[in-house]
Design a protein around this ligand. Sequence first.
Ligand code: SF4
Length: 375
Amino acid sequence: MREMLPPEYLDLETKELERRIRAAKDALGKRVLILGHHYQKDEVIRFADYRGDSLKLSQLAAREREAEYIVFCGVHFMAETADILTTAEQKVLLPDLAAGCSMADMADIEAVEACWDILRGKYPDQEIIPITYVNSTAEIKAFCGRKGGMTCTSSNARSVFDKAMGENQIILFLPDEHLGRNTGLECGIKAEEIFLWQREMRETYEQSGEERDGLRDEQSEQRERLPEHAPRLILWNGFCSVHQRFTVEQVERARANYPEIKVIVHPECRHEVVAASDLHGSTEFIINTVTNAPAESSWAVGTEINLVHRLAQENPDKKIICLNETVCLCTSMNRIHQPHLLWTLENLAQGKVVNQISVPADIAAEAKLALERMT
Ligand code: SF4
């Protein structure tokens, strides 16, 4: 159950918040581990014991057996993954349970199960392998585990696809169509072999009583035409509300304003943006590439703004700008701020666990299977 932040925490001055966060953290010592996702704001990340992407943070938490409490400053699916990978004795807390991920929420289990049944009926002679990006709910990871599939990250998506691709196989990729398309094309799947599952169309047909599914041939002019040839890759049409906003025009503008600039973007961006960039890769890839680049080099970065600002602060010898300064904040992740962190820690110091994320054991076991299969 979501416990709400008491309003008095919102009235505290920054100095007081920071003093009390340090005091609560010191009082808890090694019993607490604070994890900070790269996209968190600085005011929170400065208290993190580790910062990183969601899977790396969860794996680090699983190694820190002394830590009874894992405070995950990220979003809901990340805390779920940490709970799946840590021991039964460790408790995972999300300081604000409203910190969700719109992309993960776009694939709910009932809709995915219904899609699966339709695809099984439509392609009875092919093996369908579900692969989900780790940015998905525990239930979707469990679905993939149950159906012989696996998870992937933005770093290893290509090798996971290579593992799953065969003569008679169809990959069903959840929930991010852009990472799926970018990876499929890189792996040599042709555009005409990629279909899109349109969850909204399926719902519309269902409501109107029409007997049609939500499948669309990527190359078809008519969005609703039922494709006749079998696909090799079916994409669920979810997306990241942060990365989908980057455009080719922004890439062109950055190049026009700064002729020396290199453009680097995340593979959750649309394919045309990835194709227009110089480099693309996971958050860790972006950080490592820019950090290790020569002094005086210039970079336009297509990812979340908190990370881009931090990269710029930590690399003052380079010019680093965000491709789009105005609309690329992950607002749900940014729900977690210092008052939430303080309230969570002070409760723990008093022996009270608030906003715990606990994945049911059967779901966790199947989800873990999917996570293990990707390695
Ligand atoms: S950046 Fe995108 S994928 Fe990541 S948590 Fe935010 S909405 Fe979800």
